[in-house]
Design a protein around this ligand. Structure first.
Ligand SMILES: *Cc1c(COP(=O)(O)O)cnc(C)c1O
Length: 397
């Protein structure tokens, strides 16, 4: 069954407003993004990172929360910059009328750099070859590319390593030519989620050295940026001029084995309506592979969501799904578009709403709990909930 992807902006939906809600929910399964929570988290992060600027990272459709809606909410709440990975993501935001400073950091050979610059999208350059390609794309068109030069500091993903002195020299020459302006120097941390990880300090030192090399070459970038969510919350000495936050904006704890000192509110809730309920005898073997057997007479409820909607397998002992404050077990394997709940005596009926993932308020697991149980990272858990099949609703108060 292929469902239409749709988005509805619901203003002032009060928490008890089930009727208003039902009216705008023409689907059996959907995600709700609480933009009030997003704004709260952005305010917390703005305060934690001041006087540095806050870039809110909205790649991968804002970790499945809806890039355009999150971008607008984040800017209202104090973010100054937006960040995405790819140019199509940046173009989507511009097309929707989002005008804020916006960096797209992942583009390769033959990317539409001139289109990006014409749309005021800031670009990252990882090496001389890419820098020249960007300069060639804008030269003679009356455009000037605003660049963030990326330096390798110890993650060995993107960024200039031994090429860094050549990259900054070349960028300086292109500034003189008037085709580029270097506004940022940046890098990315590999292990900031782990407190006191030695690699983080090494990366900080390598970054400071690289900034000095850029300055010696005559560059005056006003935005030096290194910190992700974890470093924003734990390492003020790494805030520099701007921090780049994704996970924390969505209310998910970015730290491993620790809690942040600030309160973050989870923003996404995944819900579905039960389509069918039936009685089952003891010993009923449920779903593919018969990995689950009922132990007593019970009731089984069919929920129209599955792994194609980002719902992972979890151990049979888990009770990850919420129904009016009760935590309910998934019976057997999660299928592609459906799963079965063993609801026992709960008075659940077709049409009732269950919560698969959220704040925990309905008895459901949070993204962090789902991630821990399923062996996925929190990032994978959130991005897996993408808009491929289920609708998205944005709530704000
Ligand atoms: C995804 C990403 C971020 C955000 O990381 P979080 O851990 O979600 O805060 C920041 N910078 C870059 C380059 C990224 O790719």
């Amino acid at each position: 069954m292929q469902q239409k992807v749709w988005t509805v902006q619901v203003e002032s939906l009060d928490q008890d407003g089930a009727n208003g809600h039902e009216a705008v929910t023409p689907t059996l399964a959907w995600r709700e993004t609480d933009l009030t929570a997003v704004r709260h988290n952005v305010r917390v992060l703005t305060a934690a990172s001041a006087p540095a600027h806050l870039m809110v990272v909205v790649k991968a459709d804002a970790y499945s929360h809806g890039a355009v809606e999150v971008a607008r909410a984040a800017l209202e709440a104090g973010a100054s910059h937006l960040g995405v990975a790819t140019l199509p993501e940046a173009f989507e935001l511009r097309h929707a009328g989002v005008r804020a400073p916006l960096l797209a950091w992942l583009a390769g050979p033959s990317a539409p750099y001139a289109d990006a610059v014409a749309r005021d999208v800031e670009l990252a350059a990882y090496g001389c070859r890419q820098l020249d390609e960007i300069a060639d794309a804008v030269r003679g068109r009356g455009l000037m590319a605003r660049l963030h030069l990326k330096v390798e500091t110890g993650m060995w993903r993107g960024g200039a390593a031994g090429e860094w002195p050549a990259l900054v020299a070349r960028a300086r020459a292109l500034e003189d030519e008037g085709v580029v302006q270097v506004i940022g120097v940046w890098s990315h941390l590999a292990c900031a989620d782990v407190a006191e990880h030695p690699a983080t300090e090494e990366q900080r030192r390598a970054f400071v050295d690289a900034v000095q090399v850029a300055a010696a070459a005559g560059l005056r970038p006003r935005l030096r940026h290194l910190a992700n969510s974890a470093a924003t919350l734990t390492r003020p000495d790494m805030h520099f001029d701007m921090v780049r936050c994704g996970l924390a904006v969505y209310g998910v704890n970015p730290l491993t084995g620790a809690r942040p000192r600030v309160e973050l509110k989870p923003a996404v809730t995944v819900k579905a309506r039960v389509t069918h309920v039936k009685e089952a005898p003891p010993g009923a073997a449920v779903s593919y592979g018969h990995t689950y057997r009922t132990s007593e007479p019970t009731r089984l409820a069919l929920v129209p969501m599955g792994y194609a909607d980002g719902i992972p397998a979890v151990p049979p002992t888990a009770r990850p799904v919420g129904y009016r404050g009760s935590s309910v077990r998934i019976a057997g394997r999660v299928c592609m578009d459906q799963l079965v709940l063993d609801v026992g005596d709960l008075p659940i009926a077709p049409g009732d709403t269950v919560t698969l993932l959220g704040t925990g308020g309905d008895g459901e697991h949070t993204a962090e709990q789902w991630a821990a149980l399923s062996g996925r990272s929190q990032y994978e858990m959130l991005t897996g909930l993408a808009r491929r099949r289920v609708g998205a609703v944005h709530l704000c108060q």
